[in-house]
Design a protein around this ligand. Sequence first.
Ligand SMILES: C[S@@+](CC[C@H](N)C(=O)[O-])C[C@H]1O[C@@H](n2cnc3c(N)ncnc32)[C@H](O)[C@@H]1O
Length: 232
Amino acid sequence: MKLTPRLQTIADSVPGGCTVADIGTDHGYLPVYLVEEKNSPYVIAGDVNEKPLAKAGQLVHSLNLQEIISVRLGDGLKIIELEDRVEVIIIAGMGGKTVCGILEESPEITAGIKMLVLQPMVNIPHVRFWLGENNFAIIDEKIAQEGKHFYVIIMAVPGEGEQLDDVQLELGPRLLEKKDVDPLFKAFFEHKMRKYNTVLESLKGSRQEIEPQKYNYWIRLVNRIQEELKCI
Ligand SMILES: C[S@@+](CC[C@H](N)C(=O)[O-])C[C@H]1O[C@@H](n2cnc3c(N)ncnc32)[C@H](O)[C@@H]1O
C-alpha cells in the first residue's frame, strides 16, 4: 500500500508489532499498511460515520484482512474494550479539540496504552497543552509536507506532562530541539513565520485598538522563530 507523505509519516511513527486502534480511520489505509508493513498483529479501524467506515470495510474485505483488522462503528475510543489490549492509538486528520475530546472521554482506555500518535489539523497548541495537563509526555514530533501544506505528527507516552511556554506550545517542544536535523523543519518554521507575520500585519492594520497582550504574543513568536532560523 502506497501512502501519501502525511499518512506515511504517521505510519512511520507507530512502533512495529503493536496492537493499534486507528480512530477516525475513514479510508482504512493506515490499518492495512500497519498489518502489511509494520507487523501489527491486530488493528481496530474505527469511525463514527457509516459512510467512511464502509470504505474501510470494503478495503479490508477486498484484501481478506478481516481476521486482523476489526472495523467498528462508533464514537472515539468507546469502540475499544480493555480486552483488546490496544497499545497504540492513532487519531489523525481531525481538529485538535476533537482529538482531545475523544481522549478525555475514555480515560480507562488511554490509561493502559503505550503511545498516542496524533495528527491534529488545527488547534495544535491546544493538543500539546492538553497532553501536558493529562500526564502524557511528548517524546517526538514530526513534520510531513504535501504541496503547500505542512502537517505535525505528535507522539506521546503516558508519563510526566511537561509545562510548556507559549512558544513551545505553538512551535512544538521536540521540533524546536531538533530543528537542524531535517531540512523540512526549516521550511516549516519559515512557513510559520510568514503566517505569524500576516497575523501581525492584520493586527497593525486593524482599526480597532490592539490588545497589547495579543500583540506581544505574536511579536514573541515572530522574534523566536527569527532566532531559531538563524541557528539552522
Ligand atoms: C478527515 S478524516 C481523516 C481520516 C484519516 N484518519 C486520515 O488522517 O486520513 C476524519 C474522520 O474522522 C471521523 N471522525 C470524526 N469524529 C470522530 C469521532 N468522534 N470518533 C470516530 N471517528 C470520528 C470522520 O467520520 C472522518 O472519517
